[in-house]
Design a protein around this ligand. Sequence first.
Ligand SMILES: [Cu+2]
Length: 353
Amino acid sequence: MLKQASLWAALWVAVVASAQAQNTHDHDHWHSSRPDGHAPLGVMGEHTHHAGDWMLSYRYMHMAMDGLRDGTDRLSDQEVLASGKGTYMVAPQEMTMEMHMFGAMYAPSDDWTLMAMLPYVRKSMTMKRMMMGGGTATFKTRSEGLGDLKLSAMPVVWRGNQQQVHLNLGISAPTGSVEEEDDILQMNGTSIRNRIAYGMQTGSGTWDFLPGVTYLGQSEAFSWGAQLGAVLRLGENSQDYTFGNEVRGTVWGAVPLSDSLSLSARLLARKVEKISGQDSALAAMAAMAPPADADNYGGTYLDAGFGLNYYSRSGLLQGHRFALEFLVPVYMDLNGPQLEPSWTLIAGWQFAW
Ligand SMILES: [Cu+2]
């Protein structure tokens, strides 16, 4: 963790130094007042504002997971039950994660933009369980509540000819829950109330540092950008574990079709580490259900995204933005057995003044 933090620090120093060396003023600035002036909707903290600007936003995110995988191999229910220590009695079937994300941005100056994001999360997971006598039964666990509040500052450190680089200096506060419970089906057909799996919690339980760097460029007919970001967990949560650190890189391109509509394509690569430590309330279930086992989290993912941005230029909705993005996995190497992501849909609204 310290090593990663110092790498990020070194990267910032390099970016800031080059910004000071190259800062010139006789060129066009990158500007956001076109449909592709905002990146594909799933990229967070990807644009900045002018001094005194405010923006409100709402995003709805739906992520579907379906099918089991360990490493790069798909597994059947039977293979999952026979995998690991050979003691699994439960095979996850599908999971959905929904998120309502409320955001606000404010720029105290042209060089600094501030952002706050508060998610409300809803999750459900369906599992198949081996029953006494040899049959199977399915049951579902659910959770719902506030996620983790994210606050960030985005200083612009370099401006070029219709290009800019800004940093993402974010912190995630543990406002979500790591103590969600639900009824878990037992072998004899009864249910007991218990802590639900790590991935079903609505928060991380830790303060997380969210560093990043974003590059934006545009020409008359095209725009592009790239963002490198990380989630670095600080310490351990109240239930004695820490979700894995995450590193994420994304690149995108967008074409304005008119002065209000643009299409985008992007690639998103992510690496998520395993959970370290263990929730003692899940210890008894860890040998029975893969999602209750802290080893079955994280992996390496490559997703492709296709998006649409609409910027309303006139009428009642003048200045409002509407956007959609759809992401599908193209490569996955999971620390499994675990459910694999099958698709993500993001829809959102943004209004700046
Ligand atoms: Cu904004």
